[in-house]
Design a protein around this ligand. Sequence first.
Ligand SMILES: C[C@](O)(CO)[C@H](O)COP(=O)(O)OP(=O)(O)OC[C@H]1O[C@@H](n2ccc(N)nc2=O)[C@H](O)[C@@H]1O
Ligand SMILES: Nc1ncnc2c1ncn2[C@@H]1O[C@H](COP(=O)(O)OP(=O)(O)OP(=O)(O)O)[C@@H](O)[C@H]1O
Length: 320
Amino acid sequence: MTATQVQVRAPGKINLALHVGPPRPDGYHPLATLFQAVSLYEDVLARPSDEITLELRGRGTDLPTDAGNLAVRAAALLRETGGVDRGVHLTITKQVPVAGGMAGGSADAAATLLACDQLWGTGLSREELAELAAELGADVPFALTGMSAMGVGRGDLVTPVMSRGTYHWVLAVQGEGLSTPHVFKTFDELEGYTVPSAAAPGSDHAAPDGAGPRVDPGLLAALLSADPLVLAKHLTNDLQDAALDLRPELGDVLAAADRAGALAAVVSGSGPTVAALALDAPHAASVADVMRAAEVAAEVLTVTGPVPGARVLEHVHGRR
Ligand SMILES: C[C@](O)(CO)[C@H](O)COP(=O)(O)OP(=O)(O)OC[C@H]1O[C@@H](n2ccc(N)nc2=O)[C@H](O)[C@@H]1O
Ligand SMILES: Nc1ncnc2c1ncn2[C@@H]1O[C@H](COP(=O)(O)OP(=O)(O)OP(=O)(O)O)[C@@H](O)[C@H]1O
């Protein structure tokens, strides 16, 4: 029996805290981040096909459908790794804003890995899938893990973190995204960092134990408190100034969240989406209404977190 179609759902993310160190010789930055997966989803439907093909619905219908798309690269990587001689037709329904700092493309890649693994019967373990995920992008392993997790290294070394309660967020989504490499480059300029040459002393990535950015233990304790007022004190993002430098109007979004009574607000990842924390669902609805009226965003959405990582929603068996 072979699966005739597999439906997988993967979430977008918010970075509750994002600490960024100076660039490594490969241009990547060591990170320490606390991810929270939120209830804005990418749905990937995988059906048998001879080639790897892709169709996009919802957001992102302008995105490439060839190897320029991270989902197509994910399917190709699994096909090569698993020695598979078949293809897949992928239909992706996107809810996560494109280039919004919420890792929508990464969620597509994670969901595609899981869907193709089921469709083709490659039977990789979650650990093996996470290794492939890290080859595709720094945020892809977290989209497999979901819930709340710490990311170190390039952000791809992910460890689940305990969290109690449900947090209510208001997302201010911009019409035009920000390029992640551009935001990191601006971060380097603002910090006066240059990319070291591979030959430079200490540039072999072998950071001594304990070196590199770290997540504040207070944030881990805050997540156990289940109290949004406590969590609000710990939202932080080292890339926020770079995102504001590139998009000064994000200052108006943060100010509008404050005026609307949000407990705290932060740019998510490389931006430009701003995540504002609320007390509960009614408070989130009222903050969202005030932010909509302020006209500082193309869209204002309410979501909750944490939610699970990539998971199979439907798996239909039959003969091919
Ligand atoms: C900003 C975050 O979303 C925080 O979670 C991630 O760091 C970005 O993750 P991502 O988009 O999956 O990143 P990748 O696709 O691996 O890399 C895109 C680009 O972002 C920059 N990049 C990314 C991750 C990292 N630790 N250091 C970097 O400098 C690099 O310029 C890289 O070429
Ligand atoms: N399936 C995909 N979905 C979205 N973008 C994709 C996809 N495949 C390739 N891309 C390219 O990647 C860019 C950024 O993707 P994405 O939407 O994941 O950004 P992001 O949410 O800012 O990511 P991150 O938070 O991981 O930095 C897009 O502008 C597009 O050029």
